[in-house]
Design a protein around this ligand. Structure first.
Ligand code: F0G
Length: 458
């Protein structure tokens, strides 16, 4: 029987949630155009749409909010954050941003020219879209193990470094302004990247003079996986593991809404002085002065404190075991998931859950809708709606290898009973899976389609 970890906190503030009936939810969904992003949060019972910005902050973080210094320039909270960022990442310079994609926007505006390529293990959707928005090509070079949803391997987020080198030689280093690694790999199931792979990716890029950035949203969960799964790091403090991860890179983008346990915030950190100067110019246009970067002083303080809490080993042990519990319970019930589970989410393996629905009929989206109607559980499709694209040469639709529904777990928010309820919802649905029908688009925008597309049942 799966084991639930004992929480390293107790609950001081609660937010009531409300259950609706299946009939009400079917109507809500129809009005929302079968897109869960268009459903009101109040009409959701257990919200696993994202682990981003949904953390419960600690009393210490809330106390920090009251210590917000709202000066336009040089507020004390900036310096507290600077100390945390520099101690943890080791990067010389950093600027706050209002969230992760703002850091991506500023970075790519300063580095990517039209026609250039940005390789990564796997870009997240906003990273991909930000590269595309600069006229660049986002390229995913994940090692093959990362595309096998049933293979048990410790580091399925690893980059295929041999393919990366071949790609650099084909494309020419002058056409690659930077390379990236997403740690953990969100789009590929929240799988961690090994230390050896981070080092090797850095070496391969640096050999050709190409800067290397980490997409570091979930760097602490990645560091904890390294501690759990790489015997060389079993006794190493997580802070030291994190510092080593960052030491192979030239900079990072960070959405603090994940491993820094806040509701809003992010940053861009880097070594290069000249690039930092350009970043500051760009930041002032888009986000704000470099000592606040689109955030209030109180938010900066919450990020500074949250960065430390997110590295606490008692917290991380609980966090990873909490996610593992949901995965193990689903496996016990025979529900197909991506294995092993990642750090921040459990991913339902849609190709095995709904083999009767072809990717052209959007089975992942169909499953998110069914989960909502069945139990008021909100997950997110990470499959054909998010990633299918038209082949530039043939005009044919290219579907992603992985068709997933992500159940992302907000940090410090849901109890064992909530997770058991989600398992029960998934189990009931799995028993009735043949009744689930595919969907077709009634509206689809060109970029970041999943947020605003609308559908109808086939
Ligand atoms: N990179 C990764 C790997 C992410 O998962 C996200 C956000 C971002 C960048 C962008 O950060 O939201 O602060 O602008 N992921 C959220 C999610 C939205 O649900 O996975 P942001």
């Amino acid at each position: 029987m799966a084991k639930f970890p004992v929480e390293p906190f107790k609950i001081k503030v609660v937010e009531p949630i409300r259950q609706t009936s299946a009939e009400e939810r079917a109507e809500i969904l129809r009005r929302a155009g079968y897109n869960l992003f268009a459903v009101r949060a109040e009409d959701v019972y257990v919200d696993l749409l994202t682990d981003s910005g949904t953390s419960a902050m600690s009393d210490r973080q809330w106390a920090g909010v009251m210590r917000g210094d709202e000066a336009y320039a040089g507020c004390r909270n900036f310096f507290n954050l600077e100390e945390a960022v520099q101690t943890i990442t080791g990067f010389r310079h950093f600027v706050p941003t209002h969230q992760g994609r703002a850091a991506e926007n500023v970075l790519f505006t300063c580095t990517v020219a039209p026609g250039q390529s940005v390789p990564s293990n796997m870009h997240f959707d906003t990273t991909q879209a930000n590269v595309l928005a600069r006229g660049g090509h986002p390229v995913n070079l994940i090692a093959l193990a990362g595309l096998d949803p049933t293979l048990h391997a410790p580091f399925k987020g690893d980059m295929d470094v041999a393919r990366l080198e071949a790609f650099i030689q084909e494309t020419g280093p002058e056409n690659i302004p930077l390379g990236m690694l997403t740690v953990t790999n969100n789009s590929g199931g929240g799988q961690p990247v090994s230390m050896a792979n981070i080092r090797a990716t850095g070496e391969a890029l640096h050999k050709y003079g190409i800067p290397f950035f980490l997409d570091a949203c979930r760097y602490a969960e990645n560091a904890y996986f390294i501690k759990l799964r790489d015997p060389d790091y079993a006794e190493t403090p997580v802070l030291e593991i994190a510092r080593e991860m960052f030491s192979y890179a030239d900079g990072c983008t960070m959405s603090a809404k994940k491993d820094a346990l806040v509701n809003i915030g992010g940053f861009l950190a880097l070594h290069d002085e000249a690039l930092y100067q350009r970043v500051c110019q760009e930041l002032i246009i888009r986000e704000g002065f470099p000592t606040y970067g689109g955030l209030a002083g109180r938010d900066l303080e919450a990020v500074a404190r949250g960065l430390w809490e997110g590295l606490d080993e008692g917290y991380l042990a609980y966090r990873i075991a909490h996610t593992r519990y949901l995965a193990d319970r689903l496996v016990e019930e025979g529900v197909p998931i991506l294995e092993p589970p990642g750090g921040h989410a459990v991913y339902l393996n849609v190709k095995r859950f709904l083999p009767h629905i072809p990717q052209s009929e959007l089975p992942g989206q169909a499953l998110t809708c069914a989960l909502y109607v069945e139990g008021g559980v909100r997950g997110v499709e990470i499959g054909s709606v998010m990633f299918a694209h038209e082949d530039a040469a043939t005009g044919e639709t290219v579907y992603p290898d992985l068709e997933l529904v992500r159940l992302a777990i907000p940090r410090r928010v849901y109890t064992q009973a909530h997770l058991d309820y989600v398992v029960e919802t998934c189990r009931t649905l799995y028993e009735r899976r043949e009744e689930i029908l595919g969907l077709r688009y009634t509206y689809a925008p060109r970029l970041l389609r999943h947020f605003t597309a609308r559908f109808e049942p086939v």
